[in-house]
Design a protein around this ligand. Structure first.
Ligand SMILES: Cc1ncc(COP(=O)(O)O)c(C=O)c1O
Length: 403
């Protein structure tokens, strides 16, 4: 190929299994096959609608002329509302200067990684993890190192494994709590142990808490609340809890008592300025989301709990599949015992299930080659009727493969 036409090596590091598998389903759909998509964690694509008052707030903002470029770090009123929300829900003390409003947590991850990761730096990420943490750290020349989370203990982080993987090159530790893809809600004692390790080694903790209010049994404890005086970059947003995935609004906060994060914070703010600002009318509606009625959250969690219970039970009834019970978010991460024998890889398993049943899952190695292999991820967002149909097909598939 003409060298002028080659793409950078950087972009070859980008993988996002959750959407990368869609092309296989689209090919089958084009040939007339019906597909049940259980790959993407978008509640709004199922029967969870964006609350009416929030839809009206966007329309009102546009009609009233709130269509200008806003402050790069976010509209001040929204940053104030975020401080109040983090205090109310998660017990964290923040001031508006600690907040940067982003185009979803996705942009928050990108801005953080760009300010944090230098060539050769290591970042400890949960194994399995939400893929952008590995992809973006590689994109900036870093080495993501997966630490074990323990399946038999509901995918809680393995402290000894984290400790053994801290090196002179380690820059930080990522926590995703509640967790995507495993559905774990971390024990506050475990979170405290991780932040102590981070403090002892002068590491920064990145805490992704986008599912903070989608928990089924355990109380969720925010990392900054548990750690109190560690240096923490928190990531949160509106996609899941406020049922507004397509709005693309989220935020970062810097919980930092001794100024350790000042340079990184400024690095993030510089990037915020060069990309001008997040979407203004949506930020106006995000203020209404935080300050207005919250009833939809409990309703959503109640509906999801029933679906979680059904899906978890059904999957464990299928021979050759076992699954730990998710405690938060809306994902299941079952193990397929035949991977390594009947199927060479979990990707091969997922693609064969897709071809033969029309149900699309995501292969576990797409979340971590080491700790996610031999698993797959399914959402439990659809109605019980749709879940029943998908798991009936999966069950028939597994029975047919046995004989
Ligand atoms: C853990 C986690 N972080 C971030 C995101 C992306 O969120 P946003 O829609 O705010 O970009 C997701 C989406 O699935 C997620 O699961």
């Amino acid at each position: 190929m003409n060298p002028q036409h080659t793409a950078t090596k950087r972009v070859s590091a980008i993988k996002y299994a959750i959407r990368d598998v869609v092309k296989f389903a689209k090919d089958l759909e084009a040939k007339g096959n019906a597909i049940t998509y259980l790959n993407i964690g978008d509640p709004v694509k199922f029967d969870f609608d964006t609350p009416k008052h929030l839809k009206s707030a966007v329309c009102k903002a546009v009609k009233e002329g709130e269509n200008w470029y806003g402050a790069s770090e976010g509209i001040p009123e929204l940053r104030e509302a975020i401080c109040r929300k983090e205090k109310r829900s998660n017990g964290i003390d923040l001031v508006p200067e600690d907040i940067v409003v982003t185009a979803g947590v996705s942009e928050g991850i990108l801005l953080t990684m760009a300010a944090l990761i230098e060539r050769g730096d290591e970042l400890l990420v949960p194994g399995p993890t939400y893929p952008p943490y590995t992809s973006y750290s590689k994109f900036f020349g870093g080495n993501p190192i997966s630490y074990r989370t323990i399946e038999e203990e509901g995918w809680q982080p393995d402290i000894a494994d984290i400790e053994s993987k801290i090196s002179t090159k380690t820059k930080g530790i990522v926590l995703i709590n509640p967790n995507n893809p495993c559905g774990a809600v971390y024990d506050p004692k475990t979170v405290a142990e991780i932040t102590e390790l981070a403090d002892q080694n002068d590491l920064i903790v990145l805490s992704d808490e986008i599912y903070d209010r989608i928990v089924y049994e355990e109380q969720f404890s925010s990392t900054a609340r548990v750690a109190k005086d560690s240096s923490i970059i928190g990531l949160n947003g509106f996609s899941k809890v406020y049922l507004a995935t397509g709005w693309r609004v989220g935020y970062l906060y810097f919980h930092d008592l001794d100024g350790k994060l000042d340079e990184i914070k400024e690095g993030v703010k510089k990037q915020a300025r060069i990309r001008l600002c997040a979407n203004t009318p949506i930020q106006k509606a995000a203020i209404v989301a935080l300050n207005g009625p919250q009833e939809h959250i409990q309703q959503m969690v109640t509906k999801l709990r029933k679906r979680r219970d059904y899906a978890w039970k059904r999957l464990n009834q299928i021979e050759g599949i076992t699954c730990t019970k998710p405690k938060g978010a809306f994902y299941l991460f079952p193990k397929v015992h035949g991977v390594g024998q009947q199927w060479k890889t979990d990707l091969e398993f997922v693609l064969e299930v897709l071809r033969e049943t029309g149900v699309l899952f995501v292969h576990g190695s797409g979340f971590c080659e080491t700790y996610g292999a031999r698993h797959f991820r399914s959402v439990f967002l659809p109605s019980i009727k749709t879940l029943a149909h998908a798991f009936d097909l999966l069950e028939q598939f597994m029975i047919a493969k046995k004989s």
